[in-house]
Design a protein around this ligand. Sequence first.
Ligand SMILES: *Cc1c(COP(=O)(O)O)cnc(C)c1O
Length: 463
Amino acid sequence: MSRSAHPAGPRHADVLPEGHYTAPPADLNALDPRVWSRTVTRDADGVATLGGIPVTRLAEEFGTPAYFLDEDDFRARCRAWHDAFGGEADVFYAGKAFLSRAVVGWLHEEGLNLDVCSAGELTTALAAGMPAERIAMHGNNKTTDEIERAVTAGVGRIVLDSFQEIVRVAHIAERLGRRQRVQIRVTVGVEAHTHEFIATAHEDQKFGIALADGQAAEAVRRVLKLDSLELAGIHSHIGSQIFDMAGFEVSARRVVQLLAEVRDEHGVELPEIDLGGGLGIAYTSEDDPREPHEIAKSLSDIVTRECAAAGLAVPRISVEPGRAIVGPTTFTLYEVGTLKELPGLRTYVSVDGGMSDNIRTALYDAEYSVALASRVSTAGPMLSRVVGKHCESGDIVVKDAFLPADLAPGDLLAVPATGAYCRSMASNYNHALRPPVVAVKDGKARVIMRRETEEDLLRLDVG
Ligand SMILES: *Cc1c(COP(=O)(O)O)cnc(C)c1O
């Protein structure tokens, strides 16, 4: 994002301080539909509503801070991804973005599959009735217990991430008398983040087996020799919050090259290719993500072209969107507690949550939008930083935002696009109680994950 001063400026500053912001929006009360979930709008009184329910009522009933999830939006995004490939690909929702039993139920009903990467996520998936064959197990260091449970449950695939794991999974499957379907996760030498991607010969990171130096080809050789493993295909995941398809292009080309090598060496055409997740969403009005059908077309075209060039039949494609499905469906609602004006700098607005319910700003310098949700205001823009209540100066929710200058304690602020990697990364720092997730559908709200209680805290603390 650009750094620019705006002639209207905030009320305290002649020169705007350093920060990631552009000019104040023309209308501080507007709720940009790109950033907010589908059923969010303002009612006649100016109160923001979700599925027709005013946030003031939601706050009264469920308290703050809380996550409010638009179930229709979630399901619509599942369907959009499912339909994007015309049934010619498998969509795996990445459970780590946000997983609960209700979510698993929606995925099941909407025909999606599910990625898990721990025993806990596997347990949740199975407990909510996801058929095991629609589950894929990920992770760079799956424990023996996790592998045993995945094989015993009969998961559709385990994505192998290291040479040790090839042997480990093979032994466990053999001992359990199973033939386990697997994919090999390769590191294609592409790292993509938002608008850029970096292609390098060697990937300096912990995931996957490098294509470089023939390591991935060696992994294929070893897996093909093991009777208890059925090699279904090759997997690649190149990054997160990606808008530019160029990284996928390089990745798909390199994976298809490996498939061609495998055919030449072993006479085997592997039937599957997984291109991972990482598709970006709009956190602010400046982000402009592409629709699932555009992404699907572009991925299918790339794979089809590369396979034609290599003389291969087109394998079945799978993708693993997490953020792109759940991210935009949810906003976090906070109550304003205190305001501190720092003349010439900005106003610090403290809310009743923070890094315990959204670590992404502190962890990745992530950008978010924020709006006064409990009313509209005609006041001018005030350059603000929305911060939490934790004992940490890095406890920032929204680094730079313009909020109405008459903002006051008791006002409700809503931060959109917090569906992914917020509740799932939430912590108990300062013994904060992790907020509830409330799903709204057809004008009705229900808790799908309750707020933690002090009893929950004390239950774990055995004294
Ligand atoms: C994290 C992850 C995803 C999902 O990433 P999003 O950015 O949420 O789409 C998909 N596949 C793998 C292997 C991952 O690690």
